[in-house]
Design a protein around this ligand. Structure first.
Ligand code: AP5
Length: 214
């Protein structure tokens, strides 16, 4: 099954994708995570991508599509995967169709998480991530047992450099300008399901699973 999670920054795509990985046994393909790893390792891609990411802008399509092209042919993607943060605009969505058709796959479900903007800002400014294992937290909504320390591996928690107020404004603008048009794109294909992304994380997971099982 190929599942696409759409939604603005902070809507819970990554949080829900991680739960679905456990439940469905298919991997999460997050272009944001792949790009951050490339920046950390200072690969050629990472060096090119970092200035865009720091400003909350989209990394150019030609750089991102290669990541997905290479990833979807790997063995663990044979039974399907969860796309988180890709595609981000209509050009990427068209490219995705081409890539999937080469592997005889198609998008089975598109889930659009809906969360009001004020809530998104609260979620993003309070997000913390483990430097070691990548587990996500929120200082108020999903706090670790000990401040700044990962419950799972005792790793150090950090704040993403694009989770600051001034960059968040730009990320939300980019979402509205470039990514939100995908809602109509997938609605026209009859594949879109809007899901309320507010409320408890487990309740949102239950709604998503209910939809996937239909
Ligand atoms: P990316 O990493 O994809 O960031 P994003 O889309 O902005 O999404 P986020 O990771 O910020 O949010 P999320 O929806 O996953 O929320 P989360 O679950 O973490 O992209 C980063 C950058 O990389 C982009 O700006 C761009 O530069 C570049 N990039 C990436 N992909 C690209 C592409 N395809 N093309 C071009 N450029 C690309 O939740 C957020 C917080 O809220 C957490 O703290 C969580 O604990 C909390 N939370 C989650 N659910 C709930 C809930 N129900 N109630 C309360 N709190 C909750």
């Amino acid at each position: 099954m190929v599942i696409l999670l759409l939604g603005p920054p902070g809507s819970g795509k990554g949080t829900q994708a991680k739960v679905l990985v456990e439940r469905l046994g298919i991997p999460q393909l997050s272009t944001g995570d792949m790009l951050r790893a490339a920046v950390k390792d200072q690969t050629t891609l990472g060096v090119k991508a970092q200035s865009f990411m720091k400003k909350g802008e989209l990394v150019p399509d030609n750089l991102v599509i290669g990541l997905i092209e290479e990833r979807v042919v790997q063995k663990d993607c044979q039974k399907g995967f969860i796309l988180d943060g890709f595609p981000r605009n209509v050009a990427q969505a068209d490219m995705l169709e081409t890539v999937l058709s080469k592997t005889q796959k198609k998008i089975d479900r598109v889930i659009a998480l809906q969360v009001p903007e004020a809530e998104l800002v609260k979620r993003l400014t309070g997000r913390r991530t483990c430097r070691q294992c990548g587990t996500g937290y929120h200082v108020d909504f999903q706090p670790p047992r000990a401040e700044g320390v990962c419950d799972r591996c005792n790793g150090e928690l950090f704040q993403r450099n694009d989770d600051v107020a001034e960059v968040i404004v730009d990320r939300l603008r980019v979402y509205n300008d470039s990514t939100a048009p995908l809602l109509k794109y997938y609605q026209d294909k009859g594949a879109l399901r809007a899901i309320d992304g507010t409320g408890s994380m487990t309740q949102i997971t239950a709604t998503i699973i209910g939809y996937l099982e239909k």
